[in-house]
Design a protein around this ligand. Structure first.
Ligand code: PGA
Length: 249
């Protein structure tokens, strides 16, 4: 049985005040024990978020990391630094990083390896653009992004990832993939994972991301191959995010 995972990605949003609000909300509201929850604030808030989440079951995540271990890389953050703040999850290959910051498949693999080497869990994001979907390339694009990372890892490393399917056309647009559209791609990802290893396919968690909200989370999470969500906009409001966490329980 795969434990559902709900991850909130604040992107470049939030404030110290919002960190405190979430800390209070999680301390006051019990989470279902059958769900794992993680929050990903912008890097300057990691220490405050770590403190705010202390005593709650919510894990901490980071939005990106450098592929390099240390040195002259102004503006970058290493995996070892994230580890010092008890960061558990780190996003790699988010479509915003791919499109705005030119992170190609090789860069995504390098980041995944750096995360794994420090004991972090990479959340590998994959997804097609609207043009690619309309050209019938969804599976080829998504599986290509998956293979670019999984081919570069060994059996033991592959088991330590989480994969998030995030159709680019659904991110921040309010246009969610239908449960059956999402399930179809998740099933294709799981089938491809099965070609590496049946146990990997059975155990690896596949999240859906792209305008997931309190009012559509339950129907998406009811699909057999959707094991959780990567939530952007709806992770900025305590009530909305807690409602999504509850619906995964
Ligand atoms: P969204 O973002 O929920 O605001 O669509 C999802 C994501 O980019 O992870």
């Amino acid at each position: 049985m795969r434990m559902p995972l709900i991850v909130g990605n604040w992107k470049m949003n939030g404030s110290l005040e919002l960190v405190e609000q979430f800390g209070t909300a999680f301390a006051e509201t019990g989470l279902p024990s059958s769900v794992e929850v993680a929050l990903i604030p912008p890097a300057p808030y990691l220490a405050a978020m770590q403190a705010a989440l202390a005593g709650t079951p919510v894990a901490l995540g980071a939005q990106t990391l450098s592929p390099e271990p240390k040195g002259a890389h102004t503006g970058e953050i290493s995996a070892a630094m994230l580890d010092e703040f008890d960061v558990r999850y780190v996003l790699v290959g988010h479509s915003e990083r791919r499109s705005m910051y030119h992170e190609d498949d090789a860069a995504v693999l390098a980041r995944a390896k750096a995360a794994l080497a420090a004991g972090l869990v990479p959340v590998l994001c994959v997804g097609e653009t609207l043009e690619q979907r309309e050209a019938g390339q969804t599976e080829a694009v998504v599986l290509g992004q998956l293979e670019a990372v999984f081919d570069g890892l060994d059996d033991e490393q592959r088991k330590r990832l989480v994969v998030a399917y995030e159709p680019v056309w659904a991110i921040g647009t309010g246009r969610t993939a239908t449960p059956s559209q999402a399930q179809e791609v998740h099933a294709a990802i799981r089938a491809r994972l099965g070609e590496y290893d049946g146990d990997l396919a059975e155990k690896l968690r596949l999240l859906y991301g792209g305008s997931m909200k309190a009012d559509n989370a339950a129907e998406l999470l009811a699909e057999p191959d959707i094991d959780g969500g990567l939530i952007g906009g709806a992770s900025l409001k305590t009530n909305e995010f807690l409602a999504i966490c509850q619906s995964a329980g």
